[in-house]
Design a protein around this ligand. Structure first.
Ligand code: NAD
Ligand code: UDP
Length: 337
């Protein structure tokens, strides 16, 4: 298959590009490099011995997307392109709605002109909102608490309506839980700009001495140790989930939703202690008040993906912590080092 990865130079996209190339597929990347570097794809080529051509361009621009489809016959699209910083989305909602929704709509518009019907979409567990029973199942009610989340929710809605109107379309909505870690080579990984917001990149920068300590946001949640619990998933497991989703989608039509998580929640302190043990390091931390907007617990019911996609996460928390640090250690300044 020839697969177009929008946003394929980013964190999850580059790991998925590697998986697809290794599975024998052809990969084309369309990315505006707003939050990524072409170096990620150069390294994917180094690891696989295969090239994924990069078109630097904006997925919200219909002419650009049309040009890509004119240039390459494309069988399926994995749509990673999107802005993803929750805090920024609250400050700049229009930027988020415009980028994330236009990108989805432009793809929906251009794809059928080239008989391309299969699309796998990067959604998020954030669409489940708050106050839910755990574990989260795909048929639970949805609703969001910030503009970023709503862009995922509305994109899901758009894709569902477009597929309902055209029975030839096959769309898969993947709700990711908390992707962490890196390819085991340490050559590709997560390269956040500035001070990281997310837990694992923050811990990695504390471990490297770039930041002096971790702030643990709250120890008074109703959890085992009082700190927030999440469903962390190794980015390579997540990448493999996309391969399984593609294989499923090409044989069907309609819309399907799958959680991609492990089904096991770990607390912030579980992550700190596993990271310390896996890498023989100390992570200094202090307990601070809760971060506004955070929920106590969030984890997936991962059975649907297991039953229908024949996919489940294989890598444990130890591997996630080891691989995250291996990447950070080798690339203290990310791709620009
Ligand atoms: P990332 O920022 O590393 O990758 C996104 C890529 O999209 C970047 O390379 C960026 O330059 C590109 N991009 C953004 N807008 C674009 C546009 N208009 N045209 C072309 N390229 C554009 O993020 P990631 O962590 O790899 O996430 C990939 C997708 O998964 C995103 O849609 C994100 O919202 C979603 N997601 C991520 C997480 C997570 O924790 N990382 C969780 C749930 C969902
Ligand atoms: N967290 C923390 N300190 C940090 C970053 C995150 O204690 O510097 C906690 C956060 O409160 C949550 C968990 O780590 O319980 C995961 O947060 P992250 O931002 O990585 O992902 P989220 O689930 O919020 O999208």
């Amino acid at each position: 298959m020839r697969v177009l990865l929008t946003g394929g130079a980013g964190y999850i996209g580059s790991h998925t590009a590697l998986c697809l190339l290794q599975a024998g597929h052809d990969v084309i990347v369309l990315d505006n490099l707003d939050n990524s570097s072409p170096e990620s794809l150069r390294r994917v080529q180094e690891l696989t011995g295969k090239q994924a051509p990069l078109i630097v361009g904006d997925c919200t621009d219909e002419k650009t997307v049309t040009r890509v489809f004119e240039q390459y016959p494309i069988d399926a699209v994995i749509h990673f392109a999107g802005l993803k910083a929750v805090g920024e989305s609250v400050a700049k909602p229009l930027k988020y709605y415009q980028n994330n929704l236009d990108a989805t709509m432009v793809l929906c518009k251009v794809m059928p002109k080239y008989n391309c019907n299969v699309l796998v979409f990067s959604s998020s567990a954030t669409v489940y909102g708050t106050n839910q029973e755990m574990p989260l199942r795909e048929d639970f009610p949805t609703g969001c608490t910030n503009p970023y989340g709503w862009t995922k929710w509305i994109s899901e809605r758009i894709l569902t309506d477009v597929a309902a109107a055209d029975p030839t379309r096959s769309f898969i909505l993947l709700r990711y839980f908390n992707p962490i870690g890196a390819h085991e080579s340490g050559r590709i990984g997560e390269d956040p700009a500035g001070i990281p917001n997310n837990l694992m990149p923050f811990i990695c920068q504390v471990a490297s001495g770039k930041l002096d300590h971790l702030r643990v946001f709250g120890d008074d949640y109703p959890t085992r140790d009082g700190t927030g619990e999440r469903d962390y998933i190794h980015v390579m497991d997540l990448a493999e989930g996309h391969l399984a989703a593609l294989e499923y989608a090409i044989k069907r039509s309609g819309v399907e939703i799958f959680n991609l998580g492990t089904g096991t929640p770990y607390s912030v302190l579980d992550i700190v202690h596993t990271f310390e043990q896996a890498n023989d390091l100390k992570i200094p931390y202090e307990i601070t008040p809760r971060r506004p907007g955070d929920i106590a617990v969030c984890y997936a019911d991962a059975t649907r993906a297991k039953e229908l996609l024949h996919w489940e996460a294989k890598r444990d928390l130890n591997a996630m912590c080891r691989d995250a640090w291996n990447w950070q250690k080798q690339n203290p300044r990310g791709y620009n080092g």
